[in-house]
Ligand binder design. Structure first.
Ligand SMILES: NC(=O)c1ccc[n+]([C@@H]2O[C@H](COP(=O)([O-])OP(=O)(O)OC[C@H]3O[C@@H](n4cnc5c(N)ncnc54)[C@H](OP(=O)(O)O)[C@@H]3O)[C@@H](O)[C@H]2O)c1
Length: 151
């Protein structure tokens, strides 16, 4: 169990990648705090993990909302005493962008994924890093950066 006793926070845990990572982390023994835009899909994954003997809690957190991310991380600290891993798997809805011909794309549509992903990665990494530095878990910050590799 590579992650036994590690505390992991996952953003976008109700999505395909977030859910798969949550299940993999659970199999490795991590204590999970799963978050997402909407609570229901995140809760379904948390229930599944708990039914399989793992540890997972679900919360509704908008990963673009700095006070909401900060408040949630503080609640994790209050409950678990530490944060070791922050994994951002949010997928910004692109229904208004995909398929739009370049000649018709406006600046707002062009900028949305760039600003939204960069902002969310920055916020979740920095706010987790502040807690990680305190408990000397800086190594895991790299996992967050790895999840930001452009497609
Ligand atoms: N699937 C692939 O093959 C693949 C490969 C490489 C990289 N990626 C990248 O990995 C990321 C996730 O992909 P995916 O396939 O798992 O996408 P997905 O199934 O659409 O899941 C994205 C999740 O992000 C959540 N979300 C969206 N905005 C959010 C916000 N502001 N705060 C919190 N949660 C938010 C969504 O919640 P709601 O549904 O509640 O809105 C959804 O649960 C994307 O950036 C994608 O580009 C995907």
């Amino acid at each position: 169990m590579m992650l036994k006793s590690k505390v992991a926070v996952i953003y976008g845990a109700g999505g395909a990648i977030g859910g798969a990572v949550a299940r993999a982390f659970a199999r490795e023994g991590a204590k999970l705090f799963l978050t997402g835009h909407r609570r229901a899909p995140v809760e379904a994954i948390a229930k599944d993990i708990v039914a399989g003997g793992g540890s997972a809690e679900a919360a509704e957190v908008n990963a673009l909302d700095e006070p909401a991310v900060d408040k949630h991380l503080q609640s994790v600290m209050d409950q678990a005493g530490r944060v070791d891993i922050s994994f951002n798997a949010v997928g910004i809805p692109d229904t208004k962008i995909v398929g739009v011909p370049l000649v018709e794309l406006n600046v707002e549509q062009f900028s949305l994924p760039i600003t939204a992903y960069a902002t969310s990665y920055f916020l979740t990494a920095r706010l987790a890093a502040r807690r990680m530095v305190a408990n000397k878990s800086r190594r895991q910050i790299c996992a967050q950066y790895a999840s930001q590799t452009p497609q």
